[in-house]
Design a protein around this ligand. Structure first.
Ligand SMILES: [Fe+2]
Length: 183
């Protein structure tokens, strides 16, 4: 298989149309998903107490539900104080809800000229908050726990359980930081 070096104007136009259609579909999906997650009830009740402490090494993921057709996976994430994700965009759509504690979310803007993510703000997410993200580099973020208490969140990703480690986070270089550093 090869990729044409120079796509014709018609092919480029078709590509742009496909991208727009995909984006519309993803935004419609995420709107409905956010509303269903918000109405889903007490999701923390489904996480056994012995799994709520997390681990010292890094934030911890527990699969809560895997779609039998591999279309999506639901997972709990446990964040001890000081544990953060790397800076990343997404290879698939995703959404999360904070269930316990506070999560700190730093947003980044992608600079294609330097292929670097530039930070542009930070928000604190609290229990009940629902956040969605589309596939790609439009929504780059870094999520973690800057508080002194353990935080728990519920995440839904548009991948099969077997792809959750490699098929979700699109890791990127961020301006002025290393991923091991706190915000
Ligand atoms: Fe993310």
């Amino acid at each position: 298989m090869s990729i044409l070096a120079h796509a014709s104007p018609d092919l480029r136009s078709l590509g742009a149309s496909v991208e727009a259609a995909q984006m519309n579909a993803a935004r419609t999906l995420l709107r409905e998903l956010a509303s269903r997650v918000a109405d889903a009830g007490d999701m923390l009740a489904g996480l056994p107490a012995e799994l709520r402490a997390g681990r010292a090494e890094s934030y911890t993921r527990h699969i809560a539900y895997a779609d039998p057709h591999g279309a999506f996976t639901i997972a709990y994430l446990i964040w001890r104080p000081g544990q953060f994700s790397p800076v990343h965009g997404h290879k698939t759509w995703c959404t999360y809800q904070v269930l316990q504690g506070e999560l700190s979310e730093t947003h980044y803007r992608w600079d294609p000229s330097t292929r670097t993510a530039i930070p542009h703000g930070r928000v604190v997410r609290r229990p009940g908050d629902v956040v969605t993200a589309v596939q790609g580099l439009r929504q780059i973020h870094r999520l973690g726990n800057a508080s002194e208490q353990v935080a728990v969140s519920l995440h839904i990703y548009g991948v099969a359980e077997s792809d959750i480690c490699t098929g979700v986070n699109h890791l990127v270089q961020a301006e002025g930081r290393t991923d091991s550093a706190r915000p």
